[in-house]
Design a protein around this ligand. Sequence first.
Ligand SMILES: Cc1cc2nc3c(=O)[nH]c(=O)nc-3n(C[C@H](O)[C@H](O)[C@H](O)COP(=O)(O)OP(=O)(O)OC[C@H]3O[C@@H](n4cnc5c(N)ncnc54)[C@H](O)[C@@H]3O)c2cc1C
Length: 414
Amino acid sequence: MQQHQPHVAILGAGPVGLDAALACADAGWPFTVYEAADSAAAHVRDWGHVRLFTPWDLNVSRRMRAHLPHAPTGDACPTGDGLVDEVLSPLAQLPALKGRIRYRTPVAGVARAGLLKHEQIGTDTRAAAPFRLLLDAPDGEETAEASLVLDCTGTYSHPNTLGLGGIPAPGERALHSRITRTLPSVNGSFDRWAGTVLLVGAGKSAQTAARDLAALPGTRLEWVVRRPAPDWGAVPGDTLPGRQELVSTAQALASGAHRRVSVHTGAHVHSLSTVADGDRVLVRLATAYGPREVLADHVVSLTGYTGDHTLYRQLQVHECYATGAPMNLSAALLGAAGGDCLTQPATGIAQLRSPEPDFFVLGAKSHGRLNTFLLRTGYRQVDEIAAGYATVEDPRRLGGFVSRTEDPARGSSP
Ligand SMILES: Cc1cc2nc3c(=O)[nH]c(=O)nc-3n(C[C@H](O)[C@H](O)[C@H](O)COP(=O)(O)OP(=O)(O)OC[C@H]3O[C@@H](n4cnc5c(N)ncnc54)[C@H](O)[C@@H]3O)c2cc1C
């Protein structure tokens, strides 16, 4: 068996990556967190102006509280910035984590050293080979090894496109730089968002943007929604008031209650092109009432996010053909289809496992195209990993150092 230094590589210092780092620190496992941005929780910071609809008690894990006893508690819902400032940044500064996080170091790829994707399928040889990571470090490319890899890179930097059927609409790629694909902070930005805004999408991010844009006096909103009769994700008897409020606002806008807002349900973007003045985008819509054209000063596409699956294309990760989530987890989630994200079943380590030993996709990315992910779910996943590997008291036995038959955490993966 090849000898290598046992090490856990955590990809991404978002909330789930940080929670995983705490789990490693608690267990005494050597670990490194590789973070693309120059600070922790960069994705949450990107939508920091947005108020979460889940309260502090659901947003801060048990482990985080143990390390940060003064972390806020209770029913109030923080903004993304509040969560970063009061919990996630302070956690990243703790001695247990600080020197372990490598910022500005995106992971470009993960493989098994010496093995291609199709080689050593399900063998001990594969399990014993170290993972090899390619890093885009500040001073150039580097490689690193690991025996256990947790991909917590989230989804927010990989937005979906806006065309029919999920592929780009004609003209969309050429106008890429003109399309906003993250949740804009519009409050008070009268000039920035003056004129006509074309918004595509119907999920909670689009609902948030629609609510905020509708409040700007100099903005006309043309909102394109794919479903003919969207339910806006309404949950009967919703216990999360922030989410209920978004649904109610979307329903009111769709009912025509707002004179500066038109909601085109059962519609899609047919194509986009520039017009002679170069400042505006001509958007052709296919609507239930026939074709329509909108001259948009701004185009905002909030059609969801799916994460970078190319990172592990050389690994034997079995993804669901429908959701893109790891297969076992996807099957469990689809089995609970239709459920509210608050009532998603807790998954065990067996659901998190894929045929590639000791490689796990955790956090928002683990749900693929399903929009049922909550922070609480990610923290539970970390619990499962910590419990599954808890029998590995000697860190030298992490990953390929443990024979598959003697390690109960490996279970019966193929
Ligand atoms: C607008 C919005 C509102 C939300 N509101 C709620 C809510 O109210 N309640 C709730 O429970 N959930 C909410 N979510 C869903 C979910 O909890 C968040 O998306 C959360 O940030 C997911 O945490 P994560 O750690 O999985 O990933 P992320 O927070 O996305 O963190 C991933 C990290 O990985 C880094 N990274 C990315 N690629 C690489 C790479 N190749 N190498 C190294 N690092 C990389 C990123 O810079 C980032 O720091 C919301 C999501 C959005 C977008």
